[in-house]
Design a protein around this ligand. Structure first.
Ligand code: SR1
Length: 324
């Protein structure tokens, strides 16, 4: 989908952009990166992708390497504040425009900051959780600290737990290059140690899938409800399977978000971005909705919920949203 009549700097030699990722693993990041690449290709951006495979020291050296290559701009996707922020400042000091996605910065001067609407995403599924299991229910959190979106979602969780007197019996989880598989033993142990759990909030779909497996291998699918964040073809298959405990998720279309981050950068390079931060809106999707509509993949979900395409977010006549 190449776009014609592009403004400067997209109307000449390809614009060189480095994408420095903490990890490209899992459904979300695979789709996000595909969306970023498609949007970049449409507007004459030559995108070089660095994937640190969840190695924070490597992401820092990837960013140093990217700065040394003097690209026209850098996108930093996720990362730990402690290891990445100083390098972001180095890039800004070197005159390289920087846009970050899901990276918490203590000082974001000169940087475009983007994220999903994490607070409303978490609120959407947690409202459903409270409606389903009620105040005072026994619950668990399957997540981890150190990742900006997960910490933003946990903040809402802590508020909901306090407001509704939920009895939080565990908080466990990890992010790795095999997050779904690596969370199964953690949740299995938590379920065995805490009989009577009624609901689990697992605010990252790779963790959610691990939670669903652990619930099923303990034969607790009729007793424990699971609430997630994110959506993918594989997630829809898990949610709509017979007797699935995964009852609701809040999500964007990750491919549309990856594309949206590239558009925000492109608007900024063209001198047409007024804001310094962009948030991508999400929707809450229930298992019942997917089953009622007969939705079996993300393409069908986009048709049912066109707002997922983000067609009105950071767009211009010369910069339409790329559909996934
Ligand atoms: C490890 S952080 C994972 C989250 O970041 C993305 O923005 C996705 O929504 C995912 O849940």
């Amino acid at each position: 989908q190449k776009v014609e009549n592009l403004p400067s700097p997209f109307d000449g030699e390809p614009v060189k952009v480095a994408l420095v990722q903490q990890s490209g693993a899992g459904d979300f990041f695979t789709a996000w990166t595909a969306g970023a690449k498609a949007q970049a290709a449409a507007i004459n951006i030559d995108l070089t992708v660095y994937d640190a495979r969840n190695d924070n020291a490597k992401q820092a050296s990837d960013l140093e390497q990217a700065i040394a290559a003097k690209p026209d701009a850098i996108i930093v996707d996720h990362g730990q504040t402690d290891t990445i922020e100083s390098h972001v400042h180095d890039a800004v000091d070197a005159g390289i425009p920087v846009i970050v996605y899901d990276l918490a910065l203590k000082d974001s001067t000169g940087v475009i900051v983007t994220s999903q609407s994490d607070a409303s995403m978490a609120q959407g599924v947690l409202d459903q959780l409270v409606a389903d299991v009620g105040d005072g229910a026994k619950v668990g959190l399957a997540s981890t600290d150190g990742f900006a979106p997960l910490e933003r979602r946990k903040k809402v969780w802590d508020e909901v737990v306090a407001e509704h007197g939920l009895d939080q019996l565990f908080f466990t989880g990890k992010v790795t290059e095999s997050t779904a598989t690596d969370n199964i033993p953690l949740i299995d142990a938590a379920l065995k140690a805490n009989p009577g759990i009624q609901a689990i909030f697992a605010p990252y779909d790779e963790i959610t899938k691990g939670v669903v497996q652990a619930v099923q291998q303990n034969n607790l699918q009729d007793k424990v409800k699971v609430y997630g964040i994110d959506i993918s073809n594989a997630d829809i298959e898990v949610m709509t399977a017979d007797g699935s405990p995964w009852v609701a998720t809040s999500a964007t279309d990750p491919s549309a978000v990856g594309a949206g981050v590239v558009r925000a950068l492109a608007l900024s390079l063209a001198g047409q971005l007024d804001e310094t931060s962009v948030q991508f809106p999400a929707i809450t999707i229930t298992r019942d909705f997917l089953l009622e509509k007969g939705i079996t993949n993300v393409a069908q979900l986009r048709e049912a919920e066109p707002s997922l395409l983000l067609s009105d977010t950071v767009v211009a006549d010369w910069l339409p949203a790329i559909s996934g």
